[in-house]
Design a protein around this ligand. Structure first.
Ligand code: GDP
Ligand code: GDP
Length: 436
């Protein structure tokens, strides 16, 4: 089932990013080896009790040099477009301003569920003033303090209680969901069109397509696929849709729903810094990834050129060493038949499970080849490993002390696991755990 999306709207300085950071927290996995790939802090996963949802800080989407009221209107529109529930944040030290009233009107008209939160209520006496906020018409206002972490639980209870329950976007187990991401003009729309027009591909639009993306179903060689096409949704004419952060937001939402992400690169213009950033999002999300070098018709395209270009790709995208590189032309359709099989393989690997006994044979062999390191006189002991989840495949490695498991040793184990089981196209994660 799709995760619910919550957006925070409010004037500058009411505390949106403070709340966002508190709710999201930090999640750093030990195998994270991507220097310089940080997510834009506008969209992230948060958890409350048994719910996991995605949170957007609309304040983080810079809309240009518009007057406050215009900016606020656009941020409210983004929240209305993107979210299932909106947290409308006010500053309890300033009361209700004209801009707040403007936003309130828009949110009210949209019929989206709204939770009204009044921030900077740092001490209990201030809660007396909460009654004034009933006048906005969103029901009970929640007094909170972002910097002190007060009242957030009650607010989140209200948010979670408003999540949609009749979710029509059921995910079909045997269907492979994939999306295309990349800079403007790398050829995302062209590639979607070419794929849909490929031989023996049966295409059908999906009814009740989400508001974020145009989903198209295709069937090839007895396998169902869904393309999540965010590029096709652009150009509805709203000002903010051309801003970079907003397209990032859209890409992140598409990545979220994908099993496999195609990272497109333009062979004609070469690899740019922005390509790496975009690829970093898919990597961070733990999706299977294929690097697609498009416009291969524009360069001299013999085997040697391919090898050379691949070397370049490998050196720029070291963190994607597991991703296969596919060369093709969306325009001439050259080599386009290689794409669907690659997607299938990556998706299978992304969902692959390894039996514990087979896994441990590999781990024990690895330990024999490269004995565990000693840190300050203490030796890491690896007891056994087991796969704890798929998408991406994740392994718990039980050890005497997780602090003794250095990044380089985790990496060595990862390489051994890859040598034994393949896992082309998918990241895998390794978590050291202290044996109970
Ligand atoms: P944004 O512009 O809405 O994202 O607001 P920020 O999160 O950047 O916060 C603006 C300022 O308000 C910062 O100086 C915060 O430290 C401060 N602030 C945020 N939450 C609280 C709070 O609960 N109480 C107090 N006293 N200050 C807060
Ligand atoms: P998007 O912004 O990523 O969706 O890119 P488009 O699909 O709109 O393509 C941008 C431009 O690149 C268009 O002019 C396309 O005709 C061109 N283009 C796309 N794929 C290819 C290709 O494989 N070869 C060549 N030569 N041009 C291409």
């Amino acid at each position: 089932m799709r995760k619910s999306v919550v957006a925070i709207v409010g004037r500058p300085n009411v505390g949106k990013s403070t709340i966002f950071n508190r709710l999201v927290g930090e999640r750093i996995s030990i195998v994270e080896d991507v220097p310089g790939v940080t997510r834009d802090r506008i969209y992230a996963q948060a958890e409350w009790l048994t719910s996991t949802f995605n949170l957007i800080d609309t304040g983080g989407i810079e809309i240009g040099d518009e007057p406050l009221l215009v900016k606020m209107r656009q941020q409210a529109e983004i929240a209305i477009d993107e979210a299932d529930v909106i947290i409308f944040l006010l500053n309890g030290r300033e009361g209700i301003t004209a801009a707040d009233e403007e936003v309130a009107k828009m949110l009210f008209k949209s019929n989206k569920p709204v939770v009204l939160a009044v921030n900077k209520m740092d001490n209990p006496e201030m809660r007396e003033e909460i009654y004034e906020y009933y006048s906005l018409g969103f029901g009970e206002p929640y007094p909170i303090s972002g910097s002190h972490g007060l009242g957030l639980g009650d607010m989140l209870d209200a948010v979670v209680s408003k999540f949609p329950t009749d979710d029509t976007e059921e995910v079909e187990e045997d269907t492979i969901y994939f999306s295309l991401i990349g800079r403007p003009n790398v050829g995302k729309s062209s590639l979607v069109n070419s794929l849909l027009n490929e031989e023996r591909v049966i295409v059908s639009e999906i009814e009740g397509t989400t508001r974020d993306a145009i989903d198209t179903r295709l069937r090839k060689d007895d396998q169902d696929f869904v393309i999540i096409d965010t590029a096709g949704m652009r150009k509805r004419g709203k000002v903010y849709e051309s801003t970079e952060k907003y397209s990032v937001l859209r890409a992140l939402k598409a990545i979220e729903r994908s099993d496999v992400v195609l990272v497109l690169i333009d062979a004609e213009t070469g690899i740019r810094e922005q390509d790496k950033k975009i690829a970093g999002y898919a990597h961070d999300a733990g999706r299977a990834i294929i690097i697609v070098v498009n416009k291969w018709d524009t360069v001299e395209s013999d085997e040697k050129a391919m090898k050379q270009f691949e070397t370049k790709v490998r050196s720029h995208f070291q963190f994607l060493d597991y991703a296969p590189v596919v060369f093709l032309s969306a325009k001439t359709k050259k080599r386009i038949h290689t794409l669907i099989p690659a997607i299938k393989v990556a998706s299978e690997n992304h969902a692959k499970r390894i039996k514990t006994n087979v896994l441990n044979d590999v781990i024990m062999d690895a330990l024999a080849v490269n004995p565990t390191p000693t840190v300050k006189g203490r030796r890491l002991k690896v007891l056994y490993a087991t796969q704890v989840s798929v998408k991406p495949p994740s392994f718990a490695v039980f050890v005497n002390d997780p602090d003794l498991m250095h990044f380089s040793y985790a990496r060595f184990l990862e390489n051994k696991i890859r040598e034994a089981f393949g896992f082309v196209g998918t990241p895998i994660k390794i978590f050291p755990r202290r044996r109970q």
